[in-house]
Ligand binder design. Structure first.
Ligand SMILES: [Zn+2]
Length: 570
């Protein structure tokens, strides 16, 4: 998950204020030298007037993400200012910025300045100034109200993931959603596994009621489709980012699912057995990845890739808290910029609710830190020191993360490995669920009156060989489905870009599953330094030397040897 902007974080009590890590100015990227700085990476505006506005923008942008950091419950002050001081700073500068924007010349500006202004205007729309990041007025129960507005309905459904998803009842205790998904991979007793699966029922009912035509989810997706038709959906954006039309996106998703279906034999499994059957690698390696080893392993891998996350001053907030955001995400704390002729680097923050270790969790942590290295590598003028497209960001984060399921990586970082076939099946079963959700959302957007349980049953039984259970809304385990409808395409379809990037890096720079100290510097220079300046289609075409295609991904799926027959449970 790349951003907190659209997550309506509930205000959490600040119970664990962490000391601000001192800013370490030692970090210096390879690409700072003028020699390797591309000609198009101009770090200042052409017009003095635009430059002043741009630095004001950078202050507002930082205040916005600092307030989000404070409101996440991680800190109660930053750079010596508390929340109230940051709110004041934000609103003063924000007001001034709005005025300065009005006074900018409307013609005679350079091309670079014109696109910088457009980027700032677009990015500012997502600024919340902290206050809107939590909506104490909206609760899960509000999703039952038929008169609730579309934005409030989304917020209410996201609140269900916090209120209900953070405390699922299981065996007389409480577990959170991430742990429950993890237990589905690890629990060997089939009836206990089914009990884990059924622990989600209250969440499913909160999201999709009894699957009636005006269930909360069905009202929400109708709103999402209406908005998407007006402004373009995440699916339309993903199509644009690859340079194909949305109908082609659907065909590529189906191709991905068909390739998996062919590699999976024809034995049908129960939904509570799917993750377990595919997750043998997770179980083999579970004992070697206790929770406290997650960060040391993660840091070591990135150091081997040439990125010292600790030295970068990245903030981590990985422990569960009752009203914390229900999913892992990464966001800017401050945005890198030139200060007195020197680059002051970006500081990033990772938030996650980890109760347990294991490979599934470790893979996600490495994914989040893929976002960290993406944004810390940006070297651009302030207008463009922001996220690239959602599709690119999610796809890139998996470039390092997929290595965790390669036996070579496991041998080096865990001291133990799972056989290749088991590792690949574990990784791509998770990717395939994302592809299935992508197709699910694509079709819900196209026909929002569709019965979601019937659609999910159709997709999962046909391609993933999962037995039909249309009586359960068991698709409703991802926060994004409620909070950011359409977003799943960035994971499922994004896997195509991940496979393309991994293959191209391995062929051009060399394999990196066991590290390569040139990796971060090389990717910064060739792919990451532009930030929000370059559209994904151009970026990928220049990087690959051709348009994106699904072939590299399909090649990965074809590494899987078909399963002839396996028992439905073990
Ligand atoms: Zn992500």
């Amino acid at each position: 998950m790349k951003t907190a902007v659209a997550i309506r974080l509930l205000q959490s009590l600040i119970t664990n204020p962490m000391k601000n890590p001192l800013f370490l100015g030692l970090f210096c990227s390879l690409i700072l030298s003028p020699k390797s700085m591309g000609a198009d990476a101009v770090l200042t505006a052409d017009s003095k007037k635009v430059s002043a506005v741009e630095y004001l923008y950078a202050d507002v942008s930082d205040a916005n993400t600092i307030l989000a950091t404070i409101d996440s419950g991680l800190l109660n002050s930053y750079q010596g200012k508390d929340r109230a001081a940051w709110v004041q700073f934000y609103s003063e500068r924000r007001g001034k910025l709005a005025k300065e924007f009005e006074s900018l010349p409307t013609s005679g500006l350079s091309h670079g300045d014109t696109s910088a202004i457009a980027a700032m205007r677009k990015q500012m729309k997502a600024f919340t100034g902290g206050g809107a990041l939590f909506s104490p007025a909206v609760k899960c129960k509000d999703s039952a109200r038929k008169d609730v507005s579309y934005p409030d309905l989304k917020a209410a459904l996201a609140a269900c993931f916090v209120e209900i998803g953070n405390s699922l009842s299981f065996e007389g205790g409480k577990i959170n959603r991430v742990s429950a998904l993890d237990l589905l991979h690890e629990t060997s007793d089939p009836s206990r596994r089914k009990a884990v699966f059924l622990a989600f029922v209250p969440l499913w009912q909160a999201i999709n009621g009894n699957n009636e035509p005006d269930s909360p989810y069905r009202r929400m997706i109708a709103g999402a489709a209406a908005e998407g038709a007006k402004d373009g959906s995440e699916i339309d954006n993903a199509a644009r980012d690859v340079g194909i039309d949305p109908a082609e996106v659907e065909r590529w998703l189906v191709q991905m699912l068909e390739a998996w279906g062919e590699s999976s034999g024809d034995v049908m499994v129960e939904p509570w057995d799917f993750r377990f059957q595919a997750g043998e690698a997770d179980r083999l390696l579970e004992t070697y990845i206790p929770r406290e080893s997650l960060q040391p392993i993660n840091h070591r891998y990135y150091r081997d890739l040439g990125a010292d996350l600790e030295q970068m001053g990245t903030l981590y907030d990985l422990a569960p808290r009752p009203d914390k955001a229900a999913l892992a995400y990464t966001e800017f704390v401050t945005h890198g910029r030139m200060v007195n002729g020197a680059w002051r680097p970006t500081v990033a923050r990772v938030s996650a609710p980890y109760e347990r270790g294991g490979l599934f969790v470790l893979n996600e942590l490495v994914h989040e830190n893929g976002h960290v290295v993406n944004i810390t590598a940006i070297r651009n003028r302030p207008a463009f020191v922001d996220w690239p497209s959602d599709l690119f960001a999610e796809a890139f984060a998996d470039v390092p993360a997929w290595s965790t399921y390669e036996p070579l990586w496991q041998r080096r970082y865990l001291g133990h490995e799972s056989p290749e076939q088991l590792s690949l099946r574990a990784l791509y079963s998770v990717v395939m669920l994302d592809v299935a959700w992508s197709l699910f959302e694509l079709r819900m957007f196209r026909a929002p009156a569709t019965d979601p349980n019937a659609l999910w049953t159709e997709i999962t039984s046909r391609y993933l060989h999962i037995l039909p259970h249309p009586e359960f809304s068991w698709w409703a385990v991802r926060v994004q489905l409620a909070d950011l409808p359409g977003y799943m395409v960035n994971y499922g379809f994004g896997a195509i870009l991940t496979a393309e990037m991994r293959e191209h890096i391995a062929q051009t720079l060399g394999p990196f599953d066991t590290g390569d100290s040139r990796w971060y510097g090389w990717l910064s220079e060739h792919l990451l330094r532009y930030g929000s300046e370059r559209d994904t289609r151009t970026l990928m075409r220049d990087f690959l030397g051709r348009p994106v295609s699904p072939q590299a991904f399909l090649k990965q799926i074809h590494r899987l040897k078909p399963i002839s027959s396996r028992p439905a449970s073990s």
